[in-house]
Design a protein around this ligand. Structure first.
Ligand SMILES: Cc1cc2nc3c(=O)[nH]c(=O)nc-3n(C[C@H](O)[C@H](O)[C@H](O)COP(=O)(O)OP(=O)(O)OC[C@H]3O[C@@H](n4cnc5c(N)ncnc54)[C@H](O)[C@@H]3O)c2cc1C
Length: 423
């Protein structure tokens, strides 16, 4: 976006990409469908989703906001559609169509696309970048430079965090980098048994040391290592912080650091999954009572199909502690209450986040205090601009992260071009 916009304004632009093609990560977005933005047209509402420092985006959005983004794609022939949760996708459901819009945009505006060109170093003279040096020794100099190297998650796509290193060397502050929007490894093995099962309209709550910290309502997915899906990804940033800030037990008394860590985790951060958030305890109890009287003489394990998906039933049966072949009319009130409690709070201990390899986004990045939001220009280096995930800002799932890239990219490209052209 940044290179295309700069070229559109008449600047001579070279886009350096280390891979042999552009947009590898873009092709993975939205499970290959690319959730390009979020249909929230009020910038004040939109920026709330990017956390405490979200206001930084108000100016970039005023130049190139959600409406402009939709118009940008539509004018270039990409039909779009809005789905549940105001998520906007290409009508074709193909991220490759989104990438093609950009390749055409770059070509039309005569941007020189230099693939297989990994930047290794940035050389500085006083407070200006003088040139950059590529891995293969080539040197390139320009009036202005835009760094848009992304985060350091899904490193196989090319985003290995190189930009953070150069930016630090140039004198910028890079805040703590953490994997965010990342699946969670769970200590219990029952989520594994449900792998592949996706649950809609459930509520996940995170507790630390017995205190409720946060919760999300929506869709969750069981995997071979634990949990994923939108509500898990959205809670993961907080879970990561809670894991870090957990009370550290002394290593003494434990066989190893690892054991101490495992103990800290299991004592500290716990998740509770409410499978029936729309029903309170009493209503759910009545509902189960009525199911049980309907099935009357049947075995407990065969009476739960109206309540839970098939894959979950043996798990619930086991966790409930009620004998699977007990007749439902023999189930005691206490046992039934146990089942209600379980349905409204399946407990799990978080072992860890899945890490950068599996994270959708990197939280942290170039400090926003050192970037002028009106231009995306560095406040430290005169001819340096930033765009995209490299800056210290990210949003939840739902198209927010790509919108951040379009808005900051457009603005960075525009101001870098105008200043190079002395406009
Ligand atoms: C699986 C997955 C699904 C996602 N789905 C969505 C979604 O549906 N909607 C949404 O809004 N967000 C989504 N995101 C987040 C979104 O993809 C990112 O926020 C976005 O791609 C960041 O764009 P960027 O241009 O800043 O960086 P990137 O897309 O990471 O691009 C940076 C580019 O810089 C190149 N590069 C890095 N270092 C060098 C170097 N030294 N020299 C030359 N080139 C270099 C890389 O090869 C890469 O091509 C998803 C992310 C993942 C991982």
């Amino acid at each position: 976006m940044a290179a295309g916009r700069a070229g559109e304004l008449g600047a001579k632009v070279a886009l350096l990409e280390r891979n042999n093609g552009l947009g590898r990560k873009l092709l993975l977005t939205g499970k290959g469908r690319s959730n390009i933005t979020q249909a929230e047209f009020n910038p004040r509402e939109l920026v709330k989703k990017y956390g405490r420092e979200g206001d930084f985006l108000l100016y970039p959005l005023s130049v190139f906001g959600v409406k402009e983004t939709m118009g940008f794609f539509e004018k270039k022939g990409l039909k779009i559609k809005t789905e549940r949760g105001k998520r906007i996708f290409p009508q074709s459901d193909k991220a490759s169509d989104v990438l093609n819009v950009f390749i055409d945009y770059l070509k039309k505006n005569k941007v020189e696309i230099m693939t297989n060109s990994r930047v290794e170093k940035i050389l500085k003279q006083k407070n200006r970048i003088s040139k950059i040096i590529l891995e293969d020794g080539r040197e390139i100099s320009a009036k202005n430079y835009i760094i848009a190297t992304g985060g350091k998650s899904f490193p196989g796509t090319g985003s290995t965090g190189d930009g953070y290193k150069w930016t630090k060397e140039a004198g910028h502050t890079v805040t703590k980098l953490r994997p965010a929007l990342v699946p969670l490894k769970i200590k219990e093995d029952w989520p594994q048994k449900a792998q592949g099962l996706s649950l809609k309209n459930v509520e996940l709550t995170v507790f630390q040391n017995g205190r409720k910290k946060d919760s999300r309502f929506g869709e969750l997915l069981f995997t071979h290592f634990g949990l994923s899906g939108p509500i898990v990804l959205d809670l993961s940033g907080k879970v990561g912080e809670f894991l870090e800030k957990g009370e550290v037990n002394p290593v003494r008394g434990y066989k190893s650091q690892r054991e101490a860590q495992a103990n800290r985790i299991s004592n500290g951060v716990k998740l509770f999954l409410d499978l029936k958030p729309a029903l309170d305890f009493q209503t759910l109890d009545k509902r189960i009572q009525s199911d049980f009287s309907k099935y009357n003489n049947k075995l407990f394990k065969n009476c739960l199909s109206d309540l839970f998906p098939k894959k979950l039933i043996p798990i619930i049966v086991e966790l409930s502690g009620i004998a699977p072949s007990k007749k439902v009319n023999k189930i005691t009130r206490e046992e039934r209450h146990r089942l209600v409690k379980l349905s409204k709070g399946l407990a799990m201990r978080v072992l860890s986040l899945l890490g950068f390899k599996g994270a959708i986004i990197t939280s942290g990045g170039v400090s926003l205090k050192e970037i002028d939001s009106k231009t995306m220009k560095s406040k430290i280096i005169e001819n340096l601009f930033f765009a995209g995930e490299i800056i210290n800002l990210h949003g939840p799932t739902g198209g927010y992260n790509l919108q951040l890239c379009w808005s900051t990219g457009y603005l960075a490209g525009q101001t870098a071009a105008n200043s190079a052209l002395n406009k």
